[in-house]
Design a protein around this ligand. Structure first.
Ligand code: ARG
Length: 435
């Protein structure tokens, strides 16, 4: 190929990141070849030793890439054959098509585990703040207009619940990536008696892909992970937006401490909620990446096409973006400082309990539509008297899921326990490298 076109087609700068998975996959494949009697015991030992040496060269930054290394798979195999002549036996029954499908699946599993660990951190941070602010009054909004009383804790937990759903999506992405594609070859398997089960077991994967053509062209697991990243980044953008509003001079609900704010280079009085704004803005990266990935896959003929190489820049962008954003969100939440007086002053708006007054009439037998009409007229005529303060309203709002401070505190503690369980789950699922 023309040198200019080699540069165009090379993916090394991107798929370099796959090297731990590429080496894990190669060790598992080599063991599979040995189990099938295709590669001798002594060759297997030489190949494994060589691959481990390459791993440490790459870990240490000592690995010398060559211009002919088109991608991470060719680079590792080229180096292996330099280290041992046995390296030439490794690629039997394997193609880069099933190789990259495996590597990407292993990458997705690790990424999903990391995302879950970080989601747990943000959930835990929100829940801890919610425990201490379970009874702090604030106005709840619809259409960004004062609506009914809630508490800071309840509002914070309204951002934690979506993150718990994100965790389910990342778990699904983790499971979806768990099928083992090696043995599919370029697209039609192999004539060699490969033992796919041995390979799968080596990698901690229980399920084998069931169609060799699908296995090399399927990127649904990457779409699942990218979508999990998108949903999570949308949630963080909404949390970011609320913090931006709360930190504004008009609301003043949150004091921006120096740890999570910057000053203006020009205006001496300013403090800016940059982190919250970036959580809002960064969602664009994930959403763009999902669209890019879906566009690569759309209309692609079976089985493998080189277009599929473009899955990685998109997926890696979505993953790096969400891992970064979750880490930043955890720190932001941990440093949130609320202004109890400003919140209470805003929650003193009698309009917040206008619905309570209407519901009091309902209790005495008035139909709700009429009660709504009566209280509405009182508010319009300036004759509305709050039946009770917001605090009393919250005590009465005691349905499951409602902002009663006792319920908020209980849910906050439950979420904290849930988050701790998720961190433990993540610790029990470290990167799968054959020992
Ligand atoms: N770099 C390629 C990718 O990421 C690896 C597979 C190449 N296969 C091929 N037949 N050219 O998709």
């Amino acid at each position: 190929m023309l040198p200019e076109l080699e540069r165009f087609s090379s993916s090394l700068t991107i798929d370099y990141e796959l090297y731990p998975y590429d080496i894990a996959g190669s060790i598992a494949h080599a063991r599979g070849l040995a189990a099938a009697g295709v590669v001798s015991r002594s060759r297997l030992i030489a190949i494994e030793r060589g691959l481990r040496r390459i791993k440490s060269e790459l870990d240490e930054g000592d690995f010398k890439f060559k211009p002919s290394d088109e991608d991470i798979h060719t680079a590792v195999e080229r180096r292996l054959t330099e280290i041992t002549p046995a390296g030439a036996a490794l690629h039997a029954g394997r193609s880069r098509n099933d190789q990259v499908a495996l590597d990407l699946r292993l990458y997705c599993r690790d990424a999903a585990v990391e995302a879950i660990a970080l989601e747990a951190r943000v959930i835990s941070a929100l829940a801890s703040k919610a425990v201490t602010h379970a009874a702090w009054l604030m106005p709840g909004y619809t259409h960004l207009q004062h609506a009914q009383p809630v508490t800071v804790g309840h509002h914070l937990l309204a951002h934690a619940e979506p993150l718990l759903r994100d965790v389910e999506r990342f778990r699904h992405a983790y499971d979806a990536a768990g099928e083992m594609p090696l043995g599919s070859g370029a697209l039609a398997g192999s004539t060699l008696p490969l033992d796919r089960r041995v390979v799968a077991r080596e990698l901690g994967l229980e399920v084998l892909t069931q169609n060799s053509m699908d296995a090399v062209s399927d990127r649904d697991f990457a779409l699942d992970l990218a979508f999990a990243c998108v949903a999570a980044s949308i949630h963080l953008s909404r949390l970011g937006e609320d913090v931006v509003l709360w930190a504004s001079s008009e609301f003043g609900f949150v004091r921006l401490v120096d740890e999570i704010a910057t000053g203006s280079s020009l205006m001496p009085q300013k403090k800016n909620p940059d982190i919250a704004e970036l959580l809002r803005g960064r969602a664009g990266r994930s959403i763009g990446a999902l669209v890019a990935l879906a566009t690569v896959l759309k209309g692609l003929p079976l089985a493998y096409d080189r277009d599929l190489q473009e899955d990685k820049p998109a997926l890696f962008t979505a993953v790096e973006n969400i891992l970064d954003s979750l880490g930043a969100a955890a720190l932001m939440v941990e440093h949130l400082e609320f202004d109890r007086e400003r919140l209470a002053a805003a929650a003193a708006d009698p309009g917040l309990v206008a619905t309570d007054a209407a519901e009091e009439l309902v209790r005495s037998g008035v139909a709700f539509r009429q009660a709504h009409e009566i209280v509405g007229r009182q508010v319009r005529d300036g004759k509305f008297a709050a039946p009770w303060p917001a605090k009393a309203s919250l005590a009465r709002r005691d349905l499951p899921g409602a902002p009663n401070p006792r319920r908020v505190a209980a849910r906050a503690r439950a979420l904290r326990r849930e988050a701790a369980g998720l961190s433990r789950w993540a610790e029990r699922h470290p990167p799968a490298l054959p020992s």
